[in-house]
Design a protein around this ligand. Structure first.
Ligand code: NAD
Length: 327
């Protein structure tokens, strides 16, 4: 299929684009490079621009005969979304609705959406299933949920088939070590732990008094290549039978902050200084997904589930890219 990948120069988008191309799809990337990197898109046709720019996107859809959209472009920092909600409504909702409008104009009716565990908010039951209440605690989760809902209504109006993938915590790097996570600021635990291992400042541990076995928060780390595989299966499903599907993508197991740090010590063989900090407001104690529905509906199962194995891939990337991407 001829696919437009928005956010294709980002951490997850670059790995997804490569995996889809390996599967035989023709890929066009659009990215405004607000948090992405040109180097991550190397070897791909990249249009630098806003995925909500109707003129640009409308022309691309028609000229390039796009048949489906993989929509990863978004602002994705929870704390920033709390400080600047308007940015998140604009970038994650308004621009996405503009993209959907242009898809409609061009008769493109297949979309895979990068959604998030943040749509659930504070969990009331674990592991989290897709029918868990959705009560986001920040504008990031709220805008993703609003977009999911818009897609559902559009599907009901027979305008759009979609698969929304609710990723939990993406982690790791591509198996060949070429693509990995480079954000500034970096808010994710694994790259920050590895920065500390490489000689950076101590790793802050936000909250050491949670009711978890070791007192630190538990998250579900899902390898980026497993996320990419789910996109391949989602595209297959859309081309075979269309429909509307929303599924979690998680590892099936939760790991605490201290477990991640211990694993990073084992993998890197380095000492890892830590700094206990107060809890961050709105940070749930435990977030662990049930991915049973993705198994049933997409035939998906995570492959790299071992924490050390996930961190090994990220460490390989960190060592070969000490200054991130050179662009
Ligand atoms: N990283 C995670 O753990 C995680 C978890 C759940 C969901 N997600 C979602 O996955 C997607 C990718 O996340 P990521 O971690 O790779 O983040 P990222 O910041 O690395 O990638 C996002 C990409 O989108 C681009 N972008 C942003 N706004 C754009 C716009 N209006 N037009 C064109 N390009 C734009 C950025 O430049 C960047 O390359 C996001 O939608 C995010 O919400 C990520």
């Amino acid at each position: 299929m001829k696919l437009l990948v928005t956010g294709g120069a980002g951490y997850i988008g670059a790995v997804v684009a490569r995996r889809l191309r390996d599967e035989g799809h023709a890929i066009l990337l659009i990215d405004d490079l607000s948090t992405g990197h040109r180097a991550a898109a190397s070897g791909f046709e990249l249009v630098v621009g806003d995925c909500g720019d109707r003129r640009l996107v409308g022309a691309l859809m028609k000229e390039k005969r796009i048949e489906g959209v993989i929509h990863l472009a978004a602002s994705a920092l929870v704390s920033e979304s709390v400080a600047d909600p308007a940015k998140y409504y604009r970038n994650n909702l308004e621009r996405s609705l503009a993209l959907l409008g242009e898809m409609r104009e061009a008769g493109v009716a297949r979309l895979v959406l990068s959604s998030t565990a943040a749509v659930y908010g504070e969990p009331v039951a674990l592991p989290i299933q897709e029918d868990h209440p959705t009560q986001p605690t920040n504008p990031y989760g709220e805008t993703k949920l609003a977009l999911e809902r818009a897609l559902r209504w559009m599907h009901a109006a027979r305008g759009m088939d979609f698969v929304a993938l609710r990723y939990f915590n993406a982690a790791g790097a591509s198996a060949d070590g070429a693509l990995g996570e480079v954000h500034d600021p970096e808010t994710h635990l694994v790259p920050n732990v590895l920065k500390a291992a490489a000689g950076g400042s101590p790793v802050p541990i936000y909250g050491t008094d949670y009711a978890t076995p070791d007192g630190t928060a538990v998250r579900d780390y899902i390898h980026v290549e497993d996320i990419a595989e789910a996109h391949v299966l989602a595209v297959e499903r859309l081309s075979r039978r269309g429909g509307a599907l929303t599924v979690n993508l998680g590892n099936g197991a939760g790991f605490s902050v201290l477990q991640v740090i211990e694993a990073a010590r084992r993998v890197t063989g380095r000492d890892l200084p830590t700094r206990p900090m107060p809890r961050r407001p709105g940070d749930p104690e435990t977030l662990v997904a049930s991915s049973a529905l993705a198994g049933r509906e997409l035939g998906w199962a995570p492959r790299t589930t071992d924490l050390d194995a996930i961190i090994e891939t990220a460490w390989r990337f960190a060592r070969t890219h000490p200054r991130g991407f050179e662009d």
